[in-house]
Design a protein around this ligand. Structure first.
Ligand SMILES: Cc1cc2nc3c(=O)[nH]c(=O)nc-3n(C[C@H](O)[C@H](O)[C@H](O)COP(=O)(O)OP(=O)(O)OC[C@H]3O[C@@H](n4cnc5c(N)ncnc54)[C@H](O)[C@@H]3O)c2cc1C
Length: 213
């Protein structure tokens, strides 16, 4: 990596990728950076191949050595001080900014300040859960990090939480006007969680979100 420059970004930010279709039409799409800021200029993306989607297919099919143009980093979906107990809510690839934030936070006591961090992560099936083993390891190592995967169509063997993520928000957030929440995923899910938090008395200023659609 000698000679490569550090790539500066804040955990939670995204990049804009640009690619031309065969008819010449130029497409840009946003993708969150899924790794924490580091000395290493490489970064990770968490990609879902959307059916009939051009850019997600293009990115998923890239081979080592292929190139694509991108701009950024962009975005204000980042951790906002002061640090408080925090609930992160994601579904699917909405996990990407939280993987970046959580690794960044947990790498240094002065960043998380011992605050309690919950991750509610919703998917359909067990096989869909990105970074499952990684978050299980992290939650075993870190007493203040609480990993709560939720499956809407879990098999009979699944012993974890079931249903939709918002059904599990009250057990963490009820009566807690002193916390922050960050929500990331598709519009419907973001809306459901914001409404739920407001219905249990949260101030909307304590809730930040990023919509993918
Ligand atoms: C700030 C931001 C960050 C994002 N970060 C990520 C990320 O980290 N990883 C990631 O995979 N995506 C991410 N997205 C979504 C991404 O930008 C694209 O929308 C997605 O990859 C689809 O693009 P496409 O060109 O493949 O499909 P398109 O041609 O744009 O869409 C094809 C069809 O699929 C539907 N569709 C679009 N997006 C989705 C979706 N996410 N799930 C299901 N159906 C969809 C569309 O309504 C359309 O009907 C992010 C979006 C935003 C705004």
């Amino acid at each position: 990596m000698l000679g490569m420059r550090r790539f500066g970004f804040v955990a939670g930010q995204w990049l804009s990728f640009k690619q031309s279709k065969s008819d010449g039409e130029e497409l840009t799409r946003a993708y969150s950076i899924a790794s924490p800021p580091a000395e290493d200029p490489r970064f990770a993306l968490c990609l879902n191949r959307v059916q009939d989607g051009f850019m997600s297919k293009f990115l998923c099919d890239m081979k080592v050595g292929d190139e694509i143009a991108c701009q950024g980093p962009f975005g204000d979906f980042i951790l906002h001080p002061p640090m408080r107990d925090t609930l992160f809510i994601a579904t699917g690839t909405g996990i990407a900014p939280f993987r970046s934030m959580l690794h960044w936070l947990l790498a240094d006591e002065s960043r998380h300040q011992g605050k309690q961090l919950w991750l509610l992560f919703g998917n359909r099936y067990e096989k869909d859960i990105y970074y499952h083993e990684e978050f299980q390891r992290l939650t075993a190592e870190r007493p203040n990090f609480h990993y709560r995967p939720v499956l809407s169509r879990g098999s009979a063997e699944w012993t974890g939480l079931r249903g939709y993520v918002q059904e599990h928000v009250p057990e963490i957030a009820q009566g807690r006007s002193d916390m922050h929440a960050y929500i990331c995923g598709l519009d419907k899910m973001v809306k459901a969680n914001r409404e739920l938090l407001k219905s249990i008395g949260w101030d909307r200023k304590s809730i930040r979100y990023e919509k993918y659609d």
